[in-house]
Design a protein around this ligand. Structure first.
Ligand SMILES: Nc1ncnc2c1ncn2[C@@H]1O[C@H](COP(=O)(O)OP(=O)(O)O)[C@@H](O)[C@H]1O
Ligand SMILES: [Mg+2]
Length: 284
């Protein structure tokens, strides 16, 4: 191979090797397993040498801190008020997962003053090119914060459990996302199910409803996790589930899910961090 071609290939590879994936993990109803998914998936992705950032977007419930047993000194609020820089706020969690801790007491990101927004974007822009995958742990429901984070992400993962309200709330969330924000693709994770049949029933219920009532919305059944008593034990011990029960079915599931996420084609037209932030902060 001639040198020039090698160089061209290297450059092409370099560019292609850093397309960032920005994935929101969300739900209609709270307490379904978003934080479980984000915290364990992040570790499974780290094991596959991915550089992962968790954006804890659940203002108020800093669940990631509990699951990882960490207490980051600074958070998003310090970025917004300009008292800390991004490298001071980013917290290195287990296995090198990086975390942007949530600010409690922030009502809506979109209602921040323009100068606060500019300060935040300025800091977060510096993350461009530093990560392979950004996982956003959003709050539940259809508040503005959740909607903006979701609509700015390249892919939206909706976690749903067998509870009827979880299913109807997931539908409600997808309805708002599709009609108001034009999001047409949703990756569904069924969680806390008894077996595959129950997972399929839930997925089909969502599929029937979206096919019937929502225009050109597409759903994929990304993954399913069974109900496992050990999840609660892991939380009590403040250990991530994939470490607490590392040979169990849930841990194995996260290895599979990590592979799927690595090969998932996200909407790259939405661009990377810059677009994400500007969308999340500037909409309306
Ligand atoms: N696969 C599972 N099996 C058993 N319990 C689970 C499972 N996933 C989640 N849970 C339970 O649900 C609770 C809420 O999970 P969490 O990830 O904090 O939800 P969210 O972030 O959506 O509010 C956990 O504390 C745990 O007790
Ligand atoms: Mg949570």
């Amino acid at each position: 191979m001639d040198q020039a071609k090698k160089l061209r290939d290297a450059v092409a590879h370099q560019k292609a090797s850093r397309p960032i994936k920005v994935i929101a993990v969300t739900s209609g109803k709270g307490g379904v397993g978003k934080t479980q998914v984000v915290s364990n998936l992040a570790l499974a992705l780290r094991a596959k040498k991915q550089d992962v950032l968790i954006f804890d977007g659940d203002m108020g419930l800093a669940n990631i801190d509990i699951v990882y047993n960490i207490s980051p000194p600074y958070n998003l609020k310090h970025l917004i008020d300009g008292t800390k820089k991004i490298d001071e706020v980013l917290f290195k969690g287990p296995d090198g997962v990086m975390i942007l801790p949530a600010a409690s007491g922030i009502q809506e990101l979109t209602t921040l003053s323009d100068s606060n927004k500019v300060a935040l974007i300025d800091q977060l822009d510096q993350l461009e090119g530093k990560f392979d995958i950004v996982l956003i742990d959003t709050g539940a429901g259809i508040s503005d914060n959740v909607m903006y984070l979701n609509s700015a992400a390249q892919s939206v993962v909706v976690v749903v459990t067998p509870e009827p309200t979880s299913i109807t709330d997931a539908y409600a969330l997808m309805k708002v996302m599709s009609t108001r924000y034009g999001e047409k693709n949703f990756q569904i994770i069924t969680n806390q199910v008894k077996n595959d049949a129950e997972a399929k029933t839930i997925f089909n219920a969502l599929l029937n409803a979206t096919d019937q009532f929502l225009d050109s919305v597409q759903l994929w059944h990304l993954h399913s996790f069974t109900y496992d008593e050990k999840v609660r034990q892991a939380i009590t011990r403040q250990q991530p589930m994939i470490k607490f029960d590392k040979d169990g079915p849930i841990a194995k599931g996260y290895v599979e899910l990590a592979n799927k996420i690595i090969s998932l084609e996200t909407n790259q037209q939405k661009g990377g961090m810059q677009f994400f932030l500007k969308q999340a902060l500037m909409s309306r």
